[in-house]
Design a protein around this ligand. Structure first.
Ligand code: DGY
Length: 326
Protein backbone atom coordinates (compact mmCIF):
# COMPACT_ATOMS: atom_id res chain seq x y z
CA UNK A 1 0.00 0.00 0.00
CA UNK A 2 1.23 3.49 -0.86
CA UNK A 3 1.99 5.80 2.09
CA UNK A 4 -0.49 8.61 2.67
CA UNK A 5 0.88 12.14 2.55
CA UNK A 6 -0.56 15.63 2.79
CA UNK A 7 0.78 18.27 0.40
CA UNK A 8 -0.32 21.65 1.69
CA UNK A 9 -0.46 23.52 -1.66
CA UNK A 10 -0.13 22.96 -5.37
CA UNK A 11 3.60 22.85 -6.18
CA UNK A 12 5.36 22.48 -9.56
CA UNK A 13 5.09 19.12 -11.34
CA UNK A 14 8.80 18.47 -10.80
CA UNK A 15 7.83 17.72 -7.20
CA UNK A 16 4.22 16.70 -7.43
CA UNK A 17 4.70 14.00 -10.08
CA UNK A 18 7.18 11.83 -8.14
CA UNK A 19 5.13 12.23 -4.95
CA UNK A 20 1.97 11.19 -6.80
CA UNK A 21 3.74 8.13 -8.25
CA UNK A 22 4.92 6.91 -4.87
CA UNK A 23 2.16 8.04 -2.51
CA UNK A 24 -1.52 8.41 -1.92
CA UNK A 25 -1.65 12.19 -2.04
CA UNK A 26 -4.07 14.51 -0.33
CA UNK A 27 -3.40 17.84 -2.04
CA UNK A 28 -4.67 21.21 -0.82
CA UNK A 29 -5.51 22.98 -4.08
CA UNK A 30 -6.70 26.39 -2.87
CA UNK A 31 -4.51 29.42 -3.54
CA UNK A 32 -4.63 30.28 0.15
CA UNK A 33 -3.04 27.99 2.76
CA UNK A 34 -5.23 25.49 4.60
CA UNK A 35 -6.80 27.12 7.66
CA UNK A 36 -5.37 25.78 10.89
CA UNK A 37 -8.32 23.52 11.78
CA UNK A 38 -8.31 22.06 8.27
CA UNK A 39 -4.55 21.49 8.42
CA UNK A 40 -4.92 19.67 11.74
CA UNK A 41 -7.70 17.54 10.29
CA UNK A 42 -5.93 16.70 7.03
CA UNK A 43 -2.64 15.57 8.57
CA UNK A 44 -4.33 12.99 10.78
CA UNK A 45 -2.90 9.56 9.98
CA UNK A 46 -0.47 10.66 7.25
CA UNK A 47 3.10 9.37 7.05
CA UNK A 48 4.50 12.48 5.39
CA UNK A 49 3.76 16.19 5.17
CA UNK A 50 5.05 18.41 2.38
CA UNK A 51 4.66 21.84 3.95
CA UNK A 52 5.12 25.48 2.96
CA UNK A 53 6.49 28.39 4.97
CA UNK A 54 2.87 29.43 5.57
CA UNK A 55 2.13 26.24 7.58
CA UNK A 56 3.02 26.16 11.25
CA UNK A 57 4.45 22.76 12.16
CA UNK A 58 4.44 22.52 15.94
CA UNK A 59 3.63 20.14 18.78
CA UNK A 60 -0.10 20.50 18.22
CA UNK A 61 0.18 19.62 14.54
CA UNK A 62 2.59 16.73 15.09
CA UNK A 63 0.25 15.31 17.74
CA UNK A 64 -2.71 15.76 15.42
CA UNK A 65 -0.83 13.83 12.71
CA UNK A 66 -0.08 10.92 15.01
CA UNK A 67 2.85 8.60 15.80
CA UNK A 68 3.00 7.11 12.27
CA UNK A 69 4.31 10.44 10.87
CA UNK A 70 7.76 9.78 9.39
CA UNK A 71 8.83 13.04 7.74
CA UNK A 72 8.13 16.74 7.29
CA UNK A 73 9.52 18.27 4.11
CA UNK A 74 9.42 22.05 3.77
CA UNK A 75 9.22 23.64 0.31
CA UNK A 76 11.57 26.51 1.34
CA UNK A 77 15.09 27.04 2.56
CA UNK A 78 13.78 28.95 5.60
CA UNK A 79 12.17 26.80 8.26
CA UNK A 80 11.10 29.20 10.99
CA UNK A 81 7.57 27.82 10.48
CA UNK A 82 8.78 24.49 11.91
CA UNK A 83 9.33 23.79 15.58
CA UNK A 84 12.47 21.76 14.89
CA UNK A 85 13.01 20.46 18.46
CA UNK A 86 9.37 19.26 18.44
CA UNK A 87 10.14 17.18 15.34
CA UNK A 88 13.43 15.92 16.75
CA UNK A 89 11.80 14.85 20.04
CA UNK A 90 9.51 12.62 18.01
CA UNK A 91 12.35 11.27 15.84
CA UNK A 92 10.90 12.99 12.78
CA UNK A 93 13.40 14.39 10.26
CA UNK A 94 12.46 17.73 8.74
CA UNK A 95 13.89 18.83 5.39
CA UNK A 96 14.34 22.13 3.57
CA UNK A 97 15.51 23.21 0.09
CA UNK A 98 18.88 24.98 0.42
CA UNK A 99 21.21 25.76 -2.46
CA UNK A 100 18.83 25.67 -5.40
CA UNK A 101 17.35 29.11 -4.77
CA UNK A 102 20.53 30.97 -3.83
CA UNK A 103 21.20 32.87 -7.06
CA UNK A 104 17.54 33.50 -7.83
CA UNK A 105 17.01 35.01 -4.39
CA UNK A 106 20.13 37.17 -4.71
CA UNK A 107 18.93 38.32 -8.15
CA UNK A 108 15.69 39.58 -6.63
CA UNK A 109 17.46 41.18 -3.67
CA UNK A 110 19.68 43.07 -6.09
CA UNK A 111 16.67 44.02 -8.21
CA UNK A 112 15.00 45.46 -5.10
CA UNK A 113 18.20 47.32 -4.25
CA UNK A 114 18.29 48.88 -7.70
CA UNK A 115 14.55 49.59 -7.80
CA UNK A 116 14.61 51.39 -4.48
CA UNK A 117 17.86 53.27 -5.24
CA UNK A 118 16.72 54.47 -8.68
CA UNK A 119 13.05 54.89 -7.73
CA UNK A 120 11.87 52.63 -10.53
CA UNK A 121 8.32 51.80 -9.31
CA UNK A 122 7.76 55.46 -8.49
CA UNK A 123 8.98 56.45 -11.95
CA UNK A 124 6.74 53.91 -13.67
CA UNK A 125 3.80 55.28 -11.70
CA UNK A 126 4.77 58.82 -12.72
CA UNK A 127 4.55 57.88 -16.38
CA UNK A 128 1.31 55.94 -15.91
CA UNK A 129 -0.26 58.96 -14.26
CA UNK A 130 0.62 61.04 -17.34
CA UNK A 131 2.80 63.36 -15.29
CA UNK A 132 5.79 63.06 -17.67
CA UNK A 133 5.70 66.42 -19.45
CA UNK A 134 9.38 67.14 -20.05
CA UNK A 135 12.92 66.06 -19.21
CA UNK A 136 13.53 67.37 -15.71
CA UNK A 137 16.96 68.19 -14.27
CA UNK A 138 15.65 67.51 -10.78
CA UNK A 139 13.21 64.75 -11.64
CA UNK A 140 13.14 61.51 -9.62
CA UNK A 141 16.75 61.62 -8.53
CA UNK A 142 18.03 58.55 -6.77
CA UNK A 143 21.27 57.30 -5.27
CA UNK A 144 24.18 55.70 -7.11
CA UNK A 145 24.77 51.98 -6.91
CA UNK A 146 28.16 51.71 -8.60
CA UNK A 147 31.16 52.22 -6.31
CA UNK A 148 28.88 52.40 -3.24
CA UNK A 149 29.38 50.35 -0.07
CA UNK A 150 27.24 47.22 0.29
CA UNK A 151 26.68 45.93 3.83
CA UNK A 152 25.60 42.30 3.94
CA UNK A 153 24.04 41.04 7.17
CA UNK A 154 24.27 37.25 7.17
CA UNK A 155 27.09 35.91 5.00
CA UNK A 156 25.73 32.51 4.06
CA UNK A 157 25.01 31.30 0.55
CA UNK A 158 22.68 34.13 -0.45
CA UNK A 159 24.70 36.84 1.28
CA UNK A 160 27.79 35.72 -0.64
CA UNK A 161 25.92 35.84 -3.93
CA UNK A 162 25.03 39.43 -3.07
CA UNK A 163 28.72 40.12 -2.62
CA UNK A 164 29.39 38.76 -6.12
CA UNK A 165 26.70 40.98 -7.60
CA UNK A 166 27.96 43.99 -5.67
CA UNK A 167 31.50 43.41 -6.92
CA UNK A 168 30.15 43.53 -10.48
CA UNK A 169 29.05 47.09 -9.71
CA UNK A 170 32.41 48.04 -8.23
CA UNK A 171 30.99 48.11 -4.71
CA UNK A 172 32.98 47.83 -1.52
CA UNK A 173 31.68 44.82 0.40
CA UNK A 174 31.27 44.76 4.18
CA UNK A 175 29.61 41.89 5.98
CA UNK A 176 28.53 40.81 9.41
CA UNK A 177 28.04 37.22 10.44
CA UNK A 178 28.58 35.37 13.68
CA UNK A 179 30.71 32.94 11.71
CA UNK A 180 33.58 34.70 9.91
CA UNK A 181 34.20 33.58 6.34
CA UNK A 182 37.59 32.00 5.63
CA UNK A 183 40.40 34.31 4.52
CA UNK A 184 40.23 32.67 1.07
CA UNK A 185 36.49 33.34 0.75
CA UNK A 186 36.92 36.93 1.95
CA UNK A 187 39.67 37.45 -0.62
CA UNK A 188 37.67 35.83 -3.43
CA UNK A 189 34.58 37.89 -2.64
CA UNK A 190 36.49 41.05 -1.78
CA UNK A 191 34.56 41.19 1.49
CA UNK A 192 35.58 42.55 4.89
CA UNK A 193 33.95 41.46 8.16
CA UNK A 194 33.02 44.35 10.42
CA UNK A 195 30.96 44.78 13.57
CA UNK A 196 27.29 45.55 13.09
CA UNK A 197 27.56 49.18 14.18
CA UNK A 198 30.28 49.84 11.62
CA UNK A 199 28.29 48.10 8.91
CA UNK A 200 25.22 50.21 9.69
CA UNK A 201 27.25 53.41 9.80
CA UNK A 202 29.37 52.87 6.68
CA UNK A 203 27.06 51.12 4.22
CA UNK A 204 25.12 52.82 1.44
CA UNK A 205 23.08 49.64 0.96
CA UNK A 206 22.23 47.17 3.71
CA UNK A 207 20.89 43.80 2.68
CA UNK A 208 19.58 41.19 5.14
CA UNK A 209 20.24 37.47 4.73
CA UNK A 210 19.87 36.01 8.23
CA UNK A 211 17.55 33.30 9.51
CA UNK A 212 14.74 34.47 11.75
CA UNK A 213 15.63 33.55 15.33
CA UNK A 214 15.14 35.14 18.76
CA UNK A 215 18.46 36.93 18.16
CA UNK A 216 17.52 38.35 14.77
CA UNK A 217 13.92 39.33 15.60
CA UNK A 218 13.72 43.12 15.01
CA UNK A 219 17.48 43.22 14.45
CA UNK A 220 16.74 46.33 12.41
CA UNK A 221 15.00 48.53 14.97
CA UNK A 222 14.89 52.28 15.66
CA UNK A 223 18.49 52.35 16.88
CA UNK A 224 19.79 50.44 13.87
CA UNK A 225 17.91 52.71 11.49
CA UNK A 226 19.23 55.80 13.29
CA UNK A 227 22.75 54.50 12.81
CA UNK A 228 22.33 54.30 9.01
CA UNK A 229 23.18 57.08 6.57
CA UNK A 230 20.27 59.32 5.50
CA UNK A 231 21.06 58.13 1.97
CA UNK A 232 20.99 54.43 2.91
CA UNK A 233 18.80 51.83 1.24
CA UNK A 234 17.65 48.81 3.23
CA UNK A 235 16.79 45.54 1.47
CA UNK A 236 15.09 42.60 3.16
CA UNK A 237 14.64 39.23 1.47
CA UNK A 238 15.16 37.18 4.65
CA UNK A 239 12.11 37.11 6.92
CA UNK A 240 9.78 40.01 7.71
CA UNK A 241 10.21 40.13 11.49
CA UNK A 242 13.95 40.78 11.14
CA UNK A 243 12.86 44.42 10.59
CA UNK A 244 10.64 46.35 13.02
CA UNK A 245 7.98 47.67 10.60
CA UNK A 246 6.94 50.65 12.75
CA UNK A 247 10.53 51.78 13.14
CA UNK A 248 11.08 51.42 9.38
CA UNK A 249 7.95 53.40 8.55
CA UNK A 250 9.08 56.19 10.87
CA UNK A 251 12.61 56.24 9.39
CA UNK A 252 11.31 56.32 5.80
CA UNK A 253 8.80 59.08 6.55
CA UNK A 254 11.34 61.19 8.40
CA UNK A 255 13.99 60.73 5.70
CA UNK A 256 16.30 59.05 8.19
CA UNK A 257 17.09 56.57 5.41
CA UNK A 258 16.54 57.03 1.68
CA UNK A 259 14.47 53.98 0.76
CA UNK A 260 13.70 50.34 1.42
CA UNK A 261 13.04 47.30 -0.74
CA UNK A 262 11.09 44.53 0.95
CA UNK A 263 10.30 41.03 -0.30
CA UNK A 264 9.24 39.94 3.19
CA UNK A 265 7.27 41.86 5.78
CA UNK A 266 5.73 41.79 9.22
CA UNK A 267 2.91 40.96 9.04
CA UNK A 268 2.87 38.93 5.89
CA UNK A 269 0.96 39.51 3.68
CA UNK A 270 0.84 43.31 4.06
CA UNK A 271 -2.58 44.76 3.28
CA UNK A 272 -2.67 47.30 0.42
CA UNK A 273 -3.52 50.12 2.82
CA UNK A 274 -0.51 49.44 5.06
CA UNK A 275 1.68 52.56 5.43
CA UNK A 276 4.77 50.76 4.09
CA UNK A 277 2.90 49.89 0.90
CA UNK A 278 1.74 53.48 0.54
CA UNK A 279 5.13 55.13 1.04
CA UNK A 280 6.74 56.15 -2.26
CA UNK A 281 10.22 55.33 -0.94
CA UNK A 282 9.33 51.76 0.00
CA UNK A 283 9.22 49.07 -2.68
CA UNK A 284 7.24 46.06 -1.49
CA UNK A 285 6.89 42.81 -3.45
CA UNK A 286 4.99 39.70 -2.26
CA UNK A 287 7.73 37.29 -1.07
CA UNK A 288 8.80 36.31 -4.60
CA UNK A 289 12.58 36.11 -4.20
CA UNK A 290 12.80 32.46 -5.25
CA UNK A 291 9.97 32.74 -7.79
CA UNK A 292 11.55 31.81 -11.10
CA UNK A 293 10.05 28.84 -12.92
CA UNK A 294 13.31 26.93 -12.96
CA UNK A 295 14.07 27.52 -9.30
CA UNK A 296 10.59 26.70 -8.04
CA UNK A 297 10.80 23.49 -10.07
CA UNK A 298 14.09 22.60 -8.40
CA UNK A 299 12.68 23.42 -4.96
CA UNK A 300 9.71 21.15 -5.66
CA UNK A 301 11.95 18.30 -6.80
CA UNK A 302 14.13 18.69 -3.72
CA UNK A 303 11.17 18.83 -1.32
CA UNK A 304 9.74 15.71 -2.98
CA UNK A 305 13.06 13.87 -2.73
CA UNK A 306 13.30 14.68 0.97
CA UNK A 307 9.72 13.55 1.54
CA UNK A 308 10.21 10.26 -0.30
CA UNK A 309 13.53 9.55 1.42
CA UNK A 310 11.88 10.07 4.81
CA UNK A 311 9.02 7.75 3.89
CA UNK A 312 11.51 5.03 2.88
CA UNK A 313 13.32 5.48 6.19
CA UNK A 314 16.41 6.85 4.44
CA UNK A 315 18.34 9.94 5.48
CA UNK A 316 17.06 13.18 3.99
CA UNK A 317 19.57 14.88 1.68
CA UNK A 318 19.05 18.20 3.49
CA UNK A 319 17.67 17.71 6.99
CA UNK A 320 17.35 20.78 9.23
CA UNK A 321 17.66 18.49 12.27
CA UNK A 322 20.50 16.07 11.42
CA UNK A 323 20.67 15.37 15.18
CA UNK A 324 17.57 13.23 14.68
CA UNK A 325 19.87 10.55 13.20
CA UNK A 326 22.23 10.45 16.18
C1 DGY B 1 12.52 30.34 1.40
O1 DGY B 1 12.76 29.37 0.67
O2 DGY B 1 12.73 30.32 2.61
C2 DGY B 1 11.99 31.58 0.74
O3 DGY B 1 11.57 32.52 1.64
C3 DGY B 1 10.91 31.25 -0.25
O4 DGY B 1 11.52 30.59 -1.30
Amino acid sequence: MKPRVFVTRLIPDEGLDPVRQACEVDLWTDDLPPPRDELLRRVKGVEGILSLLTDTIDDELLDAAGPQLKVVSNFAVGFDNIDVPACTRRGIPAGNTPGVLTETTADLAFALLMSAARRIPESVEYVRQDRWKTWGPMLLMGVDIHDATLGIVGFGRIGREMARRGRGFGMEILYQDVHPASAEDEAELGARRVEMDELLRESDFITLHVNLTDETHHLIDTDALHAMKPTAVLVNTSRGPVVDPDALEQALRAGEIFAAGLDVTEPEPLPADHPLVRLSNCVVVPHIASASKVTRGKMAAMAAANLLAGLRGEHLATPVNPEVYE
